[in-house]
Structure formats: structure tokens, C-alpha cells
Design a protein. Structure first.
Lengths: 324, 379
């Protein structure tokens, strides 16, 4: 090969290399972009609002618009801003720990949410199991039926339960007519009504992850267990249930987290006798117009939920790491 | 001493009229809706036998295995194990274990716990379980993998775990559903012999389902060829190959050349067959086929000699033209088109490296075979 040809070949190779390097850079950028978009979303719609709420929780209530002081700003220059920062305090948090009402509300909310989650699991598991074992042709229809309630407003569906649960409601009429009871049951405005409301409203969030983990399970595993001398019930607890644990955990988190802060259900079905943190927060904000205290309640609620979830997820990640 | 095939078999309870059958399918039928998977099928398997159910996919062989395991109940007929009718006995109370095609290893348990699963179900004391699991791990050479989970193993290792798990309980019968189906060719060949050794050393009865005839021929004492839910033939591998009972079996197992014709003249097993177009085949294996009967003459490619001239003294020799040659290394397969248009396959072992006077495409050639080389099929 002549020298000129070698040089030409080399330069064209270099050009090709340069082009591919550029293309690589482009690809890397697109790859990053895909990750950046959800992070930007989180920053704008979670982190920044949270910082604002946190700042308000450190302020003092005031009769003004907005109803708290200080309102941060650079109107008085940097020294003015620092002076405003100095006014922030953790008084509201101290106040929360001193008033038994808030502590009670937190504890009750967690207990109610936990009980509701267990009840939802008990109701949802057989549904998900039945769906996963149904003929493949029927499954899309069953899935549709689970999602169907979402087509109506959540508020209206909870309202409908008042009509069912109230002393002269449908349930009591039915039970009285069939002679099961002689006195109407008092369900509305009790914790029982809250449990019913939460189980009903959050059932799809439990069923869907359970279904997806049960549906992909290989049925020959159950046959193998039976073949090795394991009766069906025992096979369920030794094979099916452990293998559906990721679904159980995902479903429980999806129910537990929103249930702790639930406001609509305790407000409509629980009446004034029940105490939950979501309702307390609503009262502080709308009835008392105490933005700083209600912000503090919200921050504590968030921490209360985030810390155990993060610990749990880290434990899970570690377990997965060990498996590999 | 003469024998069909090239192996002498000392284990042959099926020839002993006093031998007690171990597994019996007695006119078993299984229907799924309108579809008949198993049709009025009777089959006998003896203790310590390595029995293969061979057939194309969808022929009902897996259904037979699943009925033995207890996952399906026969629609009609009986299945007996050691004299006991298995009807109504759930899978978890049957003294049979199955190795699944997908292996069905429990993904959330270690290798050790997978193998111990069945033993724990039986309530075996812990030290005994540990000893048995150790023994099984040693048997399948997986001692150092005891603490791994299935997804951390290779395909071959998983296959061995599945095997260890299914024999750990020392079942009366081990059922194997396409046990080597997921392995690559080389590993499959090795594992075939391992399975045979295992069966010998444990003294178990093996029933294996396979669609791979080579696998069935290598491993099994006897093969049942299944088609459309019915048994076509039950025989040793050599019998299935050298003395097929029907056109279907002859065509299903191995390669075969088939001549349709009429018995022109037959007596005492010897016959001449008029295969049309002036081709007359003389055979000593006509059995009891009567003169005038419509039959098929089946002959395997390796039993046909091919030469460029008519071999002196050949009883059967037909002329044709070489139209295709496949050189496979160990042997060469010639496709010869006879003058009547019939295509015959003839294979020759390449026992020597150098061939004198080799044949080429479009050469005139003679195919010849001995009168005892083929079989006459009436069905």
C-alpha cells in the first residue's frame, strides 16, 4: 500500500472514530437525561415544597397574610435575611411533644393503619390468588374489575359507605330483615367504619402487586412440593407464600403509607369520636389556621413514615445483594 | 449365540412369564374435554427397569407420567403400583417422586434445603436428614454448592440438584420428565451415563419421558413408543430398531427405506416381494405374511451396500443413480434414485481414511442387501 493510501485510510478511520465518540457522548447525554427527568420532578414537586413546609414549621403563627412570621426575603438586604433566619425556632415541635393530643393522634393513626393493612392483606390475598389461578382468558376481565372502582370519585365511594353503614342504612336493614340482629348495629362513626373504609378503598393497591407476584409463580413448584410429600395447605405456606413476599411487602407499603395520613375516610366515616393525624392536621390548618403547627405535624408524619421505609428498603437491598 | 442388536441382556424380566409386574397401566384412558390424551392404554413396567416413554410432543407420554405421579386421575381404567390401585391417592402420599422438566427447584431455598424438603415432610430426624443430604450432594458432586440458591447455579448443576432432590426420599419409582431436555448436547451425553449408573447403584425403577430417540435408546431397558395416546410398540432398543412392529415405529425410530409391495410367493418366513416396476425383493424375515398380502419392506440405510458394479452373487441388487451425498465424517450417506424413481438412502461407515474408486454425483450405482437385512411390516 502506498503512503498516501495509508494516510487517507488513517484519517478516515480517525474521522469515523471522532464521529462515534460524538455519538457516544450524545448517547451518554440521552442516557443521563432519562435519569435527570424524574430527579427534576422530585426536586420541584417534592424537595422544594418540603423545604418550604419545613421552613413554615419553624415559624410563628401570626394574624397576617401569609399567617406566619417571619416571611423570608431579601427586602432588608443580607443582614435582614440573617435576622429573619434567627427568628426561626423549633418551638412548634416542642409544643407537639407536650400536647398529648398529637402524640395520641400519631399513635392511633399508626395502629389504625397497621390493623387496616393486615385486614386488607387478609381480604386481598385470596382475591389475588384466585385471579392468578383463574383461566388465562378470564384474567384481564378480573383485573379490569379490580381497577373498575377507580372510575368513580373516591369521595363519592366513601360517601356511599355512609348510606350502607348508618344505623338505618342498607346493611342494618338487611340484617334486621333477615333476623340476624334485632337492634341496628352502630358502625358509622366508629373505628370499625374506618377499617371498612380503608380496606375497601385501598384493596386494589394490595391486590395488584400481590397478583403480579403470584401470577408469575411457576405452578410446577407447587406440584414439586406435593410430589415430595407436602399436602396442599402446607405447600401454600412453604412455597407460595414465601415466594409472594415481595408482593405482600409492596402491597402492605402501598396501603399502610397513605392510610396513616388518611383524612377523608376518618372524617366521613369515623366521625368526631375518632382521632387520626390526618384529621388533626386538617383541623390545625383549616379550622385553627395555624400553618406553622400543621406544617410541623406534616414534617413529623413524613419522618415517621420515611425512616422505617428507608431502613426496610436498605435491609431488602442487602438481602438481594447477598443472594447474588 | 445370535442376538438382535449388538448387546447381550441379562436383565429381562419381561421375558419371564412368572415375573411380577411393578407398574401396570390397565386400560387407562385420560380425556381433557373432547381431547383424548391417553386412549385405553395398557402397559407393564417391571421393578428396577429403566423404562422410556418415547413419542412426539402431544402424544400423551407426559400425561402418563403425570397420572403415575398423581397430578392427573385417569378418566377410565386403573393404574397399579406394586399391586396397589393408585386411584384417589393424592400425589403427596404416593411412593413415587418426579424430576420435572423445568426442574421446579424452590428458588427461595438453598440447594441443601431443596434436597432436604421431601425428607422434612416425612418427619425424618434432623441428623438423618443431614446425613442423607450430604450423601445426595456427594452423589451428584455438588458438595461445595450446598449453600447456594438455584439461580446461582448453571443449568447442568440445577439438573443435578433436581435429580438429587427427587431421589433423596428413595422413592419406589422415579419419574423423569425430559430430564436432559434443557442441557446442551455434550452435557446431555455425559449425563445419560450418569443417570444409568445412578439407577443401577440405587436399584430404583426409572420411568423417563423423552422425545429424543437417541436418549431413549441409550438409557432404557425397554422403550414404549407412544402415538396419539396409544402404545405402538414396547420392546428393547434393539428390537425397536431391528424389528419394528409397524410402519410407524420403523419410520419414527431412526432412518429407514420403505418399499410398499405384495408378497408374490412366501413360505416358512422367506418370501419374495413384488415392489412394482420390476423390482423383486427376496427376504427371510417375512414372518407369517401370506402370499398376496400387501406389506411394506423396511430396511435401514446402514444395511444397504452401495457399489459401482453389481456385486457378484447378490440376492437383492437394484441399479440407480447417485443424486446426493452427505459426508458426515464417521460415515457417508448416499441418496440413490432407482430407475423407477424411488429414492434409497444407503450409509457406509468410513472405516478407512482412503477410499478406492469413490462414487460421485450422477454416477450409476448398485444398491444391494442380504435377504436377512430388512423386515416385512404388515401394519
Amino acid at each position: 500500500m502506498s503512503n498516501a493510501a495509508v494516510t487517507a485510510a488513517a484519517s478516515s478511520r480517525a474521522a469515523a472514530a471522532g464521529k462515534s465518540a460524538l455519538a457516544r457522548l450524545g448517547e451518554a447525554f440521552v442516557g443521563r437525561l432519562v435519569i435527570i427527568i424524574p430527579y427534576l420532578w422530585l426536586v420541584f414537586f417534592f424537595l422544594i415544597p418540603f423545604v418550604i413546609v419545613f421552613k413554615i414549621s419553624l415559624s410563628q403563627t401570626a394574624i397576617a397574610i401569609p399567617p406566619y412570621t417571619p416571611v423570608l426575603g431579601f427586602g432588608d438586604g443580607l443582614s435582614g435575611f440573617v435576622a429573619q433566619l434567627r427568628q426561626l425556632s423549633i418551638d412548634n415541635y416542642v409544643w407537639l411533644t407536650q400536647d398529648a393530643l398529637y402524640v395520641n393522634a400519631y399513635v392511633t393513626s399508626v395502629i389504625v393503619a397497621a390493623i387496616s393493612t393486615v385486614l386488607t392483606l387478609l381480604v386481598g390475598y385470596p382475591i389475588a390468588y384466585g385471579m392468578a389461578r383463574a383461566p388465562a382468558m378470564l384474567r384481564p376481565t378480573l383485573l379490569m374489575l379490580v381497577i373498575l372502582p377507580f372510575w368513580t370519585s373516591f369521595l363519592i365511594r366513601v360517601y356511599a359507605w355512609i348510606g350502607i353503614l348508618k344505623p338505618e342504612g342498607l346493611l342494618n336493614q338487611l340484617l334486621l330483615a333477615t333476623g340476624v340482629i334485632s337492634q341496628p348495629l352502630i358502625i358509622l362513626n366508629t373505628y370499625t367504619a374506618i377499617f371498612i373504609g380503608i380496606v375497601y378503598s385501598y384493596l386494589p393497591f394490595m391486590v395488584l402487586p400481590l397478583y403480579s407476584s403470584l401470577e408469575k409463580m411457576d405452578y410446577s413448584l407447587i406440584e414439586a412440593a406435593k410430589d415430595l410429600g407436602c399436602p396442599p395447605t402446607s405447600a401454600f405456606w412453604k412455597i407460595t407464600f414465601p415466594l409472594s413476599l415481595p408482593g405482600v411487602i409492596a402491597g402492605c407499603l402501598l396501603v399502610f403509607i397513605p392510610a396513616v395520613g388518611e383524612f377523608v375516610i376518618p372524617d366521613l366515616l369515623g366521625g368526631s369520636q375518632t382521632l387520626m393525624i390526618g384529621k388533626t392536621l386538617w383541623n390545625e390548618f383549616f379550622a385553627n389556621r395555624d400553618w406553622p403547627v400543621s406544617s410541623a405535624v406534616a414534617v413529623i408524619l413524613l419522618l415517621l413514615l420515611i425512616v422505617p421505609i428507608m431502613l426496610f428498603q436498605r435491609a431488602q437491598a442487602r438481602a438481594q445483594e447477598q443472594d447474588k | 449365540m445370535k442376538s438382535l442388536g449388538s448387546i447381550r441382556r441379562d436383565f429381562a424380566p419381561w421375558n419371564d412369564p412368572n415375573a411380577k409386574p411393578y407398574i401396570q397401566f390397565d386400560k387407562a384412558t385420560k380425556k381433557f374435554g373432547d381431547f383424548t390424551a391417553v386412549n385405553n392404554l395398557s402397559l407393564t413396567i417391571f421393578e428396577r427397569e429403566f423404562f422410556a416413554l418415547l413419542g412426539a410432543s402431544g402424544c400423551g407420554k407426559s400425561t402418563l407420567l403425570r397420572m403415575l405421579a398423581g397430578f392427573e386421575e385417569p378418566t377410565a381404567g386403573r393404574i397399579l403400583l406394586d399391586g396397589q390401585d393408585l386411584r384417589g391417592i393424592p400425589p403427596y402420599r404416593r411412593p413415587v417422586n418426579m424430576m420435572f422438566q423445568s426442574y421446579a427447584l424452590f428458588p427461595h431455598m438453598t440447594v441443601e434445603n431443596n434436597i432436604a424438603f421431601g425428607l422434612k415432610q416425612d418427619g425424618m430426624p434432623k441428623p438423618e436428614i443431614a446425613a442423607r443430604v450430604g450423601e445426595m450432594l456427594k452423589l451428584v458432586k455438588l458438595e461445595q454448592f450446598a449453600k447456594r440458591k438455584p439461580h446461582q447455579l448453571s443449568g447442568g448443576q440445577r439438573q443435578r440438584v433436581a435429580l438429587a432432590r427427587s431421589v433423596a426420599k428413595r422413592p419406589k419409582v422415579l419419574l423423569l420428565d425430559e430430564p436432559l431436555g434443557a442441557l446442551d448436547k455434550k452435557l446431555r451425553e455425559e449425563t445419560q451415563f450418569e443417570l444409568m449408573d445412578l439407577q443401577q447403584s440405587l436399584g430404583l425403577t426409572f420411568v423417563v419421558v423423552t422425545h429424543d430417540q437417541e436418549e431413549a435408546m441409550t438409557m432404557a431397558d425397554r422403550i414404549a413408543i407412544i402415538d396419539k395416546g396409544e402404545v405402538m410398540q414396547v420392546a428393547t432398543p434393539a428390537e425397536v430398531y431391528e424389528a419394528p412392529g409397524s410402519r410407524f415405529v420403523a419410520g419414527f425410530v431412526g432412518n429407514v427405506n420403505m418399499f410398499e409391495g405384495k408378497i408374490a410367493h412366501g413360505e416358512a418366513g422367506a418370501a419374495s416381494i413384488d415392489a412394482g416396476n420390476g423390482i423383486t425383493i427376496r427376504t427371510e424375515n417375512a414372518g407369517d405374511a401370506a402370499t398376496g398380502a400387501t406389506v411394506a419392506f423396511a430396511i435401514r440405510p446402514e444395511k444397504i451396500k452401495i457399489s459401482s458394479t453389481r456385486p457378484a452373487g447378490a440376492v437383492n441388487a437394484i441399479e440407480g443413480e447417485v443424486y446426493d451425498i452427505a459426508y458426515l465424517g464417521d460415515m457417508t450417506v448416499y441418496h440413490v434414485r432407482l430407475d423407477d424413481g424411488h429414492v434409497v438412502r444407503a450409509s457406509t461407515m468410513n472405516a478407512a481414511r482412503i477410499t478406492e474408486d469413490p462414487l460421485s454425483w450422477n454416477d450409476r450405482a448398485w444398491v444391494s442387501f442380504r435377504p436377512d437385512a430388512g423386515v416385512v411390516l404388515t401394519r
